[in-house]
Design a binder for this molecule. Sequence first.
Ligand code: AGP
Length: 608
Amino acid sequence: MCGIVGYVGEKEASDFLIEGLRRLEYRGYDSAGIAVYDQGKIQIEKKMGRLANLEKVLETHPLHGKIGIGHTRWATHGGPSDVNAHPHGDCHNHFVVVHNGIIENYMEIKKELLEKGHIFKSETDTEVVAHLAEELDDGDFLSTVRKVIARITGSYTLVFMDAAQPDTIICTKKDNPLIIGLGQGENFIASDIPAVISHTRRIYILNDGEMAVVRKTGVSVYDGEGLPVSKKIHEVTWSAEAAEKGGYPHFMLKEIYEQPKAVRDTVNIHIGQDSQIVFDTLNWNKSDLMGMDNILITACGTAYHAGLVAKHYIEQFARIPVEVDIASEYRYRRPLTTERTLAVVISQSGETIDTLAALKEARRLGARSIAVTNSIGSSIAREADRVIYTLAGPEIAVASTKAYTTQLVALLMLALYMGQLKGTVTNEQVQDVVKALQTLPEKIEKILENSQYIAGLADHLTKVKDVFYIGRSIDYAIAMEGALKLKEISYIHAEAYAGGELKHGTLALIVPETPVIAVATQDDVKSKMYSNIQEVRARNAEVIGIGFDDDRELEKYVTETIRIPRVSGFIAPILSVIPMQLLAYYTGVKRGNDVDKPRNLAKSVTVE
Ligand code: AGP
């Protein structure tokens, strides 16, 4: 996920470009750059790191001109660096582009262009677009862009400049956002409304396949066939602050709602031909797996909870023993890690110091390592032997939501992939899970549609002092994540217990004023779980049950039911966690807390 801006008008383009990028920095922040038509050519300045680094460069090398484009990057192809930062130009910076998304067939096009003598500077998929435009240039900017689009596959927002037409920007999109802000004698391009809202509230929202020709005098939009499209002008009514969050009151809620897309993106990159699971970055064969005695998963907080679920996945599908350890504990207990151990570290930020230290320790003891992370080029990604990226996009709220569900997806697919290689799963099992994963985004949407009901349930929690979460098997791991969410956002004491463990002490704390959240999605322990719920109800505690929509029995034992669509027990955690995220969110909001930045916490914990 990257941020894109463009400007054409009478003012200094770079002023708007920098201001717009600042408002879009939440979309990506590993590098930034701008291109401006200045002194008869398109000039580019770009810099790795936060926008401030680029601003510093521009202090000594300012770009003056009235038309330009800009980009803030969240790396996908090619790590964060000056050279991989956008904008990208062709061999002569005749065509210059910024891009958000992925060009899937860039390798094939790049090979062809290299043979024709094009010289590439970066490792990005984006650069091929600029060179392709140079190759296909027929002197007509719009027609050239159309030819480029016809050749590329993937998802993209693309914005082009052409040195031969220094009064025009052309942009188009597929599966990625793009809006055009309509001004007086000036027009603006952006990935998202916050970039333009202080200049105009009148916008066009581009549809997939449409192309906009943007000049200071006006904007013309064409469909994929090149026919003019008459666009409706949207009047933005949000405040600038609300717009940054895409209209959501908090980043946390926005990120909860981004889960269908985040899950879809993470699933899709691991599905290969014949619906087999692929992990290109691992480059393993069967003997690599046969050489592993055990797997160590280590992580912190929510990522640790994802590891607890992954233990079930890996032991079931790959039949390799898995130990899950809190990263800050692991290296202080003389662990029995050897060169026959595979260490899997999980970290959204890729910068958590405890996780990084645990990874280094496991490697020092000889383990091979994989990092599952959401941050390309992060310290953990660089330290590990192999990396699996979750495609959650930037997560801003301190409480992890979409990073967690994408971790579960990646780890489930990893477990199946290992089973595939080892021969411990059948092709049919793989296909069943793949099919279920492909329909998961719709099921998440369905849960999200029910959010007002969950908001209502949060009223039961706002005044209480303690909440218990119970579950058995995988549901216990999910209960731990639910309890953590409630603690960090609402500041209410919450504990998770394995359903069968309550009677060994904790039941003494269950009183009518202590609500219990019971997760009941695992068929093999269903009857046991119902008994545990009845133990709690017998102490007159209110129980909110989370179960499948066709489970008529659960509702007999609980006071309120949150229903999720029926899926297999392995997929269930990816769904059952969502109502718990919403419950925590609404409870925190109703208690007046700053849910995006809860007290005492930080997004990335880089201290021990
Ligand atoms: C989750 O809501 C937390 N804020 C926290 O537990 C987090 O998951 C933990 O600090 C690990 O972070 P990481 O995934 O970036 O390593």
